[in-house]
Ligand binder design. Sequence first.
Ligand SMILES: Nc1ncnc2c1ncn2[C@@H]1O[C@H](COP(=O)(O)OP(=O)(O)OP(=O)(O)O)[C@@H](O)[C@H]1O
Ligand SMILES: [Mg+2]
Length: 230
Amino acid sequence: MYTLTGVTKTYKKDGGTVAALQDVDLEIEDGEWLAIQGRTGHGKSTLLNVLGGLDRPTAGTVRLDGHDLTAMREREVGKIRATTIGFVFQTFNLIPTLSAAENVEAALIPLGMRSAERRRRVGEVLDSVKLGDRAHHLPSELSGGQQQRVGIARALAKRPRVLLADEPTGNLDEDTRDDIITLLETMHRRHDLTLILVTHDSALAYRAPCVGVMRNGRLSIRRNTGRLAP
Ligand SMILES: Nc1ncnc2c1ncn2[C@@H]1O[C@H](COP(=O)(O)OP(=O)(O)OP(=O)(O)O)[C@@H](O)[C@H]1O
Ligand SMILES: [Mg+2]
């Protein structure tokens, strides 16, 4: 699904440059599950943003199904994001004045769906994350784990082919974290969803068949042959 070649991202800072990504080559197949680890400031979020078309690299190409995101107009990239790519964030990023259902529905507006179909889809996806009975609650009326499930429902509502998650369990306690991971694994299996997940949590990364480690903007990949116990 993804082919990255020579992807480099540099930032100018205080007269010098910071290389957030350095010459990253990466192949990600359809339906793969990749966990990305690495210490703080080593380029994990930058890589995820580049994969999601939220950020453009300074050099290199990012092909998604053969189309080079780096050569596309912003509008075209936006269309791909709206239909193909779901994002989940560490801090949930829900709109505080909208209910759970409205937050999820917001992701469907760019798809030009009819409102009845949109609402049906919202109900379905909230049920699938077991929040059917919380649809009309505001984010402030939900626990952290529930808010993250709304975040996941919002990302999945469009039926994306890839889910990009940046520390999705970073703000959750251990039990809630396990619930969220089980939910993501289920979605990955059930919908053949490609899952790319940034995490500091080794227990979580061990569950992924494929682990990438970012160090100083460089990526090394290890494919787990047998599954290691968490
Ligand atoms: N907009 C920006 N302007 C300047 N430098 C930036 C910018 N965004 C990121 N960087 C730098 O790029 C490097 C990589 O940042 P990135 O956010 O990708 O790290 P990370 O691995 O996600 O860290 P964390 O685990 O803390 O989230 C860091 O040195 C950071 O300071
Ligand atoms: Mg980060």
